[in-house]
Design a protein around this ligand. Sequence first.
Ligand SMILES: [Zn+2]
Length: 85
Amino acid sequence: MAVWIAHDHPERPLAYGAWLCGCRFCDLALHAAVLADPSLRVVVKTRTGRLGLAARVWLSGAMHPSLSDGYEVFVAPGSGARGFE
Ligand SMILES: [Zn+2]
């Protein structure tokens, strides 16, 4: 898997391998991707582990307070495809 950063490719649809740095361009890309595919999932990698969740839940900000420092967000493998949970 080749990892790429969402803000480097604003025209590229988010898919597995996309990494989101949290800047407003990455945020916009994720918002657009969720509108196109509400089932889109992300993996949030923290210092203690990985957490898979729906991208729209991540965007709601509900998880943010529990992740006080150091996390990375990736588009989950198989996201957008039927049958991935
Ligand atoms: Zn970014």
